[in-house]
Structures are given as structure tokens and as C-alpha cells.
Design a protein around this ligand. Structure first.
Ligand SMILES: [Cu+2]
Length: 218
């Protein structure tokens, strides 16, 4: 199975045909409904009134199920088939997390890997990290630049300048277990091609702190 992970350019051709196929914008009605339900039950106003993608952590932590998309895992599903095991992926890329200077204190032992699979079912991303704070919540996003350029730069977006939430961006919300291991997998119907260069992990309660970054090796 792990021979599907290719880090070489020899796999360019199957992917290039999938890059940036225009698709109609998915309606945000589902998201709005999820927020309405969330508001009704928990009055989590901050998460729903803002358009900032970085408020998504509060929403995900409060009620992951309220933001499920068609695939049922808009923010990640730890039990989903990981990107490195997908039988129908045409290309799988891998990246190793490196610590960023902006990380909060006490996070020096964090290590991990990110995988990006693309194919007819769109994009699947898996992250797995160790050395996290046991029981703590984290958020990872696909970012548009490499780690060495502004620690990943802005979030990757399918429609640039569009919604700062999935499905226009790819977010992964996850929680570290009692051993400090955190993993999840998320799917998006569209393929990112080579435009999503990195994954950045943030502590969910401090989204401005960039903890670690992994460049995909294309
Ligand atoms: Cu981010």
C-alpha cells in the first residue's frame, strides 16, 4: 500500500489533467443551516457571525457534525480511509512537518506527516502528528505557499477571495489522544493540483500560532 506514495515528478501526467477543473460553486446553505442550529443550541455567536476561516476552530470544537458536507467529513474524520491508502488515487504526495518559530511553548516534540491524495474523488488529506498536548484540539489547513515562504502564507482556496471555510478551503480539525497523537482525514470534491503547497497546524485555541508546517513534495 505504501508504494502509492510517490515523491517524484514521474506522476505528473495523470494529475495535470485534473488540475483546476471548474465546478459550480457549492451553495453555502448547508453551512448557514449548521450555524443556525449551532446558535440555537449553544449560542456560539462568535463562530458563526464571522467570515474568518480561523474562527472555524470554535465551530468544529463545539459541534463537528454541524458542518458535515456531502461526504460527511468537511472538517475531518479520524476513521476515514487515509490518503495514503486510497485505492483510486492517481497521485499521492507526502510532507514531513517541521516546527515553526511561531509555535507556542512546550511544543518542541511535535513531529508528523501529511499526505495529499488526488483522483477522481477529488482531494483527500491526512495528517498524523505525535508529541501534541494530550486531549488538546488542533486545526490544520492547506496553505498556498511553501513553509519557507511566510510559514505557508495564506490558506489555499479553490476560488481565490471566496469563502474562508470548507468546501472552498480544506480544514482538518482534530484532537490529540491521551498519548499526544492526533490524526484525521478530510475529503474535498475538487482537486487542488499543485496549488496547495503545504499544511499548517495550529492549536485550536490559538489560531494565530503556527505550530508546524509540512511541504508537499510534488
Ligand atoms: Cu492555517
Amino acid at each position: 500500500m505504501h508504494d502509492r506514495i510517490h515523491e517524484h515528478t514521474s506522476r505528473r501526467s495523470p494529475l495535470s489533467s485534473l488540475t483546476h477543473t471548474p465546478r459550480p460553486h457549492r451553495p453555502r446553505a448547508r453551512l448557514a443551516g449548521g450555524c443556525a442550529a449551532l446558535l440555537a443550541t449553544t449560542a456560539l455567536l462568535a463562530g458563526c457571525s464571522s467570515d474568518s476561516g480561523h474562527d472555524s476552530a470554535a465551530q468544529a470544537a463545539a459541534s463537528p457534525s454541524s458542518h458535515e458536507g456531502m461526504t460527511g467529513m468537511a472538517m475531518g474524520d479520524p476513521s476515514a480511509t487515509p490518503a495514503y491508502d486510497l485505492p483510486d488515487a492517481t497521485a499521492v504526495f507526502k510532507g514531513t512537518f517541521t516546527l515553526l518559530d511561531t509555535r507556542p511553548p512546550g511544543m518542541d516534540a511535535v513531529k508528523g506527516t501529511a499526505w495529499l491524495a488526488q483522483g477522481l474523488k477529488g482531494t483527500t488529506v491526512t495528517v498524523k502528528l505525535t508529541g501534541l498536548k494530550p486531549g488538546a484540539s488542533y486545526m490544520a489547513h492547506l496553505h498556498a505557499q511553501q513553509c519557507r515562504a511566510k510559514n505557508g502564507g495564506a490558506h489555499f482556496q479553490f476560488e481565490k477571495g471566496g469563502a474562508k471555510m470548507p468546501p472552498n478551503e480544506i480544514h482538518l480539525a482534530f484532537k490529540a489522544d491521551k498519548m499526544g497523537v492526533g490524526t484525521t482525514t478530510v475529503n474535498n470534491e475538487r482537486t487542488t493540483g499543485y496549488s496547495a503547497r503545504s499544511v499548517v497546524v495550529h492549536p485550536a485555541e490559538a489560531m494565530d500560532n503556527r505550530l508546524a508546517c509540512a511541504d508537499f513534495v510534488f
